[in-house]
Design a protein around this ligand. Structure first.
Ligand SMILES: Nc1ncnc2c1ncn2[C@@H]1O[C@H](COP(=O)(O)OP(=O)(O)OP(=O)(O)O)[C@@H](O)[C@H]1O
Ligand SMILES: [Mg+2]
Length: 357
């Protein structure tokens, strides 16, 4: 097991800055999820940790040892690739044994490590099968097994579940959490899927354009996004955003969105930002409806019923907002007053997207 520390790490490919000044500490034994949209630099970051790419600048430390220029095979990390990269002509046992054989590990030791991993991963009965004779989930487990037998200090997993169907993905997710508990090894798991990130990670690191937007527990990111990007990216659906200005009103403060009659009285916590162009971020479950006066008038555009809840798209003051309601409350609703739970709202600088404090 090992802690991982990235210190102002950058990687350029010609004029493309794939990783841009990433600093990140992953304590020994943690399951850290790197999440972000396609092309944000997740794989590059993982490949840097694995030693498959050389950093342009910055450092990579395993247990405080600088491994930035150390060869991959001497780093004590094992990477599971998105496409599994299993050898089609080798059976499960041979696939799992491959890198140990390559390293000239003694045969009895190879056999016992493969047997152990196969047991943990439920592959013991499949050792003689070729990859073509396995399901996607089983292939995935072989790829994991191949990393496990190396007993690395750090596991690097690059979108290992993306080739699986939704149900299998959910199952494998639970298996990976259990595996992490059992092995207690540091893991870095990469995904572009925020649901996967939320359910897997002890901590998440959200990346965009090669930069860290925020690092924290799933709930920290959900409740207190440090940047508009995080509020939008985390959560299904993401936050609603309304642009406007904070203005002093009758000794208090109001959020005013010019022109459309969208105005909310605010507590004074934001008073120091009076006069500022801001963006209100509010989650669909933090908007409720009322028959009484006081809500902002809204017209329901559409209603998606998901069984346990409904998602309404409501036009309010020129904005389309998504509102999450119990199915019974949403049924047949055409017009409604919207109430905003501003204690749960987030506020962002309109120009930079940074959260206001
Ligand atoms: N070998 C390379 N040469 C040039 N550009 C590269 C190379 N590898 C990656 N890039 C670029 O670096 C950026 C980050 O790529 P990377 O593969 O790390 O993204 P990613 O977050 O893993 O995306 P995805 O979710 O699609 O896998 C992209 O703009 C990509 O085009
Ligand atoms: Mg990738």
């Amino acid at each position: 097991m090992a802690s991982v520390r990235l210190d102002n790490l950058s990687k350029n490919f010609g004029s493309v800055r794939a990783v841009d000044g990433v600093s990140l500490e992953i304590p020994d034994g943690e399951l850290m999820v790197l999440v972000g949209p396609s092309g944000c630099g997740k794989s590059t970051l993982l490949r840097l940790v694995a030693g498959l790419e050389e950093p342009t600048s910055g450092g990579i430390f395993l247990d405080n040892r600088d491994v930035s220029r150390v060869k991959p095979q001497d780093r004590d990390v094992a990477m599971v690739f998105q496409n599994y990269a299993l050898f089609p002509h080798l059976n499960v046992e041979q696939n799992m044994a491959f890198s140990l054989k390559f390293r000239k590990v003694a045969k009895p030791k190879i056999r016992s490590r493969v047997a152990e991993a196969a047991e943990v991963l439920g592959l013991a009965d499949l050792l003689c099968r070729k990859p073509a004779e396995l399901s996607g989930g089983q292939r995935q487990r072989v790829a994991l097994g191949r990393a496990m037998v190396c007993q690395p200090k750090v596991f690097l997993l690059d979108e290992p579940l993306s080739n699986l169907d939704a149900r299998m993905r959910a199952e494998m997710r639970a298996e990976i959490v259990q595996l992490h508990r059992r092995l207690a090894t540091t893991m870095i798991f990469v995904t572009h899927d925020q649901t996967e990130a939320m359910t897997l990670g002890q901590r998440l690191c959200v990346l965009d354009h090669g930069q860290v937007m925020q690092t924290g527990s799933p709930m920290e990111l959900y409740r207190q996004p440090a940047h508009r990007f995080v509020g939008d990216f985390i959560g299904t659906p993401g936050m609603n955003f309304v642009r406007g200005r904070l203005e002093k009103r009758d000794g208090g403060l109001a959020f005013v969105e010019s022109g459309n009659g969208f105005e909310l009285g605010l507590a004074n916590g934001l008073a120091k930002h009076a006069g500022r162009e801001v963006e209100l971020g509010i989650r669909p479950e933090n908007i409720s409806i009322t028959d009484a006066d006081g809500g902002l008038p809204g017209t329901v555009q559409s209603c998606e019923t998901l069984g346990h809840e409904s998602l309404l798209r409501v036009c309010c003051g020129g904005h389309e907002l998504v509102v999450r309601l119990p199915v019974a409350d949403a049924d047949g609703l055409a017009k409604a007053g919207l109430l905003f739970d501003l204690a749960a709202a987030a506020w962002f600088d309109a120009a930079t997207g940074q959260a206001l404090i």
